[in-house]
Design a protein. Structure first.
Lengths: 115, 118
């Protein structure tokens, strides 16, 4: 079985400052890990995914995440927050590459951007 | 590309009635579609995996007779909530995995359907 734990339910940062959203995972096998973003009234959008290639994964909109096996972590970062980044972020794990099996979602982190 | 639609976006129904939600892949074919449920301010929980032309696979604790899933074509899966009760009120989200192509291993999500049972 696999699971993810998002350590913060809410994160508030000022516009222009760095963003850090934390995620730890648990998996019996080598997992695939993802970050999805959910804007109000919009479908989930894939930000980035790790599937056992490079441990530092770059995604869309300036986001990136680093897979650290020793720490079982997959934290999401962005150097400079923008107002449009305000949304709900989900860390997700899958035993397959992400397409063949249902995804296991974390509880989500609500990112608030202060002007 | 890779757009998934859901219809309706919102539905309100009376307790005891049945509601059908459609999930369509608009610009790709999807052998596999998934149905998730999201309670307010909570995470998404996988309900079932739907494969075109075969029976859906339900997650533990999900009643297959209550949540009927049909995946009759490579672009359409439907979820029917039968004899709906207020506790079925939730946000239902589908996703679809393209058959082949560069995105064969990624799920694309629909915008969700808000079900309210009175």
């Amino acid at each position: 079985a696999q699971s993810v734990t998002q350590l913060d339910s809410h994160v508030s940062v000022s516009e222009g400052t760095p963003v850090l959203l934390r995620c730890n995972y648990s998996s019996s096998y080598s997992p695939s890990l993802f970050w999805y973003v959910q804007h109000p009234n919009k479908g989930l959008q894939l930000l980035l995914k790790y599937t056992s290639a490079a441990t530092l994964v770059k995604g869309i909109n300036g986001f990136e995440a680093e897979f650290k096996k020793s720490e079982t972590s997959f934290h999401l970062t962005k150097p400079s927050a923008h107002m449009s980044d305000a949304a709900e972020y989900f860390c997700v794990v899958s035993l397959s590459g992400g397409g063949a099996d249902g995804l296991t979602f974390g509880k989500g982190t609500h990112l608030i951007i202060q002007p | 590309g890779a757009v998934v639609s859901q219809h309706p976006s919102r539905v309100i129904c009376k307790s005891g009635t049945s509601v059908k939600i459609e999930c369509r892949s608009l610009d790709f074919q999807a052998t596999t579609m998934f149905w998730y449920r999201q309670f307010p301010k909570q995470s998404l929980m996988l309900m079932a995996t739907s494969n075109e032309g075969s029976k859906a696979t339900y997650e533990q604790g999900v009643e297959k007779d209550k949540f009927l899933i049909n995946h009759a074509s490579l672009t359409l899966s439907t979820l029917t909530v039968t004899s709906a009760h207020p506790e079925d009120s939730s946000f239902y989200i589908c996703s679809a995995t393209p058959t082949g192509g560069d995105s064969y291993n990624e799920q694309f999500f629909g915008p969700g359907t808000r079900l309210t049972v009175l």
